[in-house]
Design a protein around this ligand. Structure first.
Ligand SMILES: O=C(O)CCC(=O)C(=O)O
Length: 314
């Protein structure tokens, strides 16, 4: 399901005028370290079912209002409106054309990238074809090549070779030259380089959620993102770390194995050059490139983003 509404019904300024805030001094909790979640006792399965029930009931209630449940698209969204309307509530938003003015938008073709970065050695994820668990077993798929050679692979398309955020620690010095083509995203982020993704048509990231809030910034090409709210987790065969055994919610063969996922609530987003997409912590997503694509992921928000520190990884 994909819904686009023209704008937020209330801006932060209106909210302040219309409502008297009842202060409950929860502010300190946002910066305090979270206590670890206690391990479950065997008979806690019922408590878990009740928690799933509550999330499902709340989701149905949100569906009464497109403003409460729809995937909103915004333009010129201020930092304050982003915080109140999306970051704090943990609600995704597509922010159109926010980085459309970056020089990278017109420059980052495969030819330009190959010429600019040249033969500097970079790391990417390779050997992915035929491996279902290439994201879970990231380490096994690390490969190194001169950047120009990697671009030739990405140009061919397919899912075998993909430069992902998990390679960014290794690629900092080689790719730094591209930073001159980017600009700041000061309304929401502190200044720090994003993590680059470069892949060909058909590059695919399977269904998972992240342990941080993420801001995706699309530069070249388009991507199709499927977003699923955390309330649907019990239908998503969540067994390994942050991944779903479904891998691809659009794959009929996978749905036959996991029929409970057929009527899951989902949103489809087309991410185009210049767009930002906010994906809150815990929201499931899978991403497919429609064409040669470059994108940056950011986690350096002005506000705390530390859920990963207390995740019960098992
Ligand atoms: O663009 C992609 O292939 C995946 C992006 C993603 O999952 C993320 O940034 O969390």
């Amino acid at each position: 399901m994909s819904k686009t509404l023209p704008s937020l019904p209330t801006q932060a300024d209106d909210m302040r005028m219309q409502m008297a805030l009842r202060q409950i001094d929860f502010g300190a909790a946002a910066t305090r370290a979270m206590a670890p979640v206690p391990a479950m006792a065997p008979n806690d399965a019922l408590a878990l079912r009740r928690q799933d029930w509550l999330m499902e009931v709340q989701e149905r209630q949100r569906a009464l209002s497109p403003y409460a449940s729809g995937l909103l698209t915004a333009e010129n969204l201020s930092g304050e409106d982003f915080l109140h309307g999306f970051y704090a509530p943990g609600r995704p938003v597509l922010i159109k054309s926010a980085i459309a003015h970056w020089p990278a938008l017109t420059r980052w073709t495969p030819d330009y990238l190959a010429k600019t970065v040249g033969d500097a050695m970079i790391e990417y994820q390779g050997g992915r074809t035929g491996a279902q668990d290439y994201e879970l077993k990231k380490e096994k798929h690390r490969r190194r090549a001169p950047f120009r050679q990697f671009i030739a692979l990405a140009r061919k398309g397919g899912n075998d070779a993909y430069l992902t955020a998990s390679n960014s620690a290794a690629n900092g010095p080689a790719l730094r030259v591209l930073e001159a083509d980017m600009g700041p995203i000061d309304a929401y982020l502190t200044r720090a380089p994003g993590m680059l993704w470069i892949g060909g048509e058909g590059a695919f990231t399977p269904l998972h959620f992240d342990l941080t809030n993420n801001l995706l910034a699309q530069v070249t090409g388009t991507k199709r993102v499927i977003l699923i709210p955390p309330s649907q987790t019990r239908r998503l065969a969540h067994r390994s770390h942050v991944f779903s055994d479904l891998c691809d919610i659009t794959d009929e063969a996978r749905l036959t194995l996991h029929p409970q996922a057929r009527d899951v609530l989902r949103y489809e987003v087309l991410l185009s050059p210049g767009d930002l997409l906010f994906i809150p912590i815990g929201w499931w997503h899978q991403v497919r490139s429609d064409s040669f694509s470059t994108m940056l992921t950011h986690t350096n928000f002005h506000w705390p983003n530390v859920g990963h520190e207390s995740y019960p990884a098992g």
